[in-house]
Design a protein around this ligand. Structure first.
Ligand code: CUA
Length: 175
C-alpha cells in the first residue's frame, strides 16, 4: 500500500517524522483515555443536567436545603447555588481532613469557583450540576472566589470557606 502521507509530502525524512508524531499523538491520547476509564475520571463540571431557571423548585437546590450536610459515612456534602453576584449560602464551614463533596448549580450565567491554596476549582455551567470531591488539609479562612467573568459585579462575587481543625467542634452553623 502506498504511504498516504506521500500525498502531502515528498521528502522521505519529513514523512518519517510525520508518522512518528502521529503515532506519539495517538499513543498519548490512547494512554489518557485508558487511564481516565480505568480510574473513572470525569470533568468536575459533571454531566448531570438541571434546569437553571427552576433551581428553587428542585428538592436539592431549594433555598432551605442549601449548605453542609453530613453523610452516613462521615463525609460531607455541600450544596450551593451560584448566582449573580454571590454564592449561597455565603459562608461554608467544614472540618479539615474530611471528604467534602461540593454540588453547585448556577441560577443564571457561567460562574466558577476557585479557592486559593487548595485544589478546589471548577466551572459552574448553567444547566449542569458541578461536582467536586476534595478535602482541605489546612484549617483557616479561605476566599471562595468566582473566577469566570459573569457581569459587572463579578469582582465582588466571592464568599467564605472556613476550614476548622478537626478536633474543635463546628461553630455557629452556615447562615
Ligand atoms: Cu460569578 Cu464571576
Amino acid at each position: 500500500m502506498q504511504d498516504p502521507i506521500r500525498l502531502i509530502c515528498d521528502d522521505e525524512l519529513e514523512r518519517r517524522w510525520v508518522w512518528i508524531s502521529l503515532i506519539m499523538a495517538f499513543a498519548i491520547g490512547g494512554l489518557l483515555g485508558v487511564y481516565a476509564v480505568a480510574n473513572n475520571l470525569h470533568p468536575p463540571s459533571n454531566v448531570e443536567t438541571i434546569d437553571s431557571s427552576r433551581l428553587h423548585l428542585t428538592e436539592e437546590f431549594a433555598e432551605d436545603n442549601l449548605g453542609v450536610k453530613e453523610n452516613a459515612d462521615g463525609s460531607l456534602t455541600v450544596t450551593m447555588v451560584a448566582a449573580r453576584y454571590g454564592f449561597f449560602p455565603p459562608i461554608i464551614e467544614v472540618p479539615a481532613d474530611t471528604m467534602v463533596k461540593f454540588r453547585i448549580a448556577s441560577a443564571d450565567v457561567l460562574h466558577g469557583v476557585h479557592v486559593p491554596n487548595t485544589n478546589m476549582s471548577t466551572m459552574i455551567v448553567p444547566g449542569y450540576v458541578s461536582e467536586v470531591n476534595t478535602a482541605f488539609p489546612t484549617p483557616g479562612k479561605y476566599a471562595f472566589l468566582c473566577n469566570e467573568y459573569c457581569g459587572l459585579g463579578h469582582d465582588s462575587m466571592w464568599s467564605r470557606l472556613i476550614v476548622t481543625s478537626k478536633s474543635s467542634p463546628m461553630s455557629a452553623g452556615n447562615k
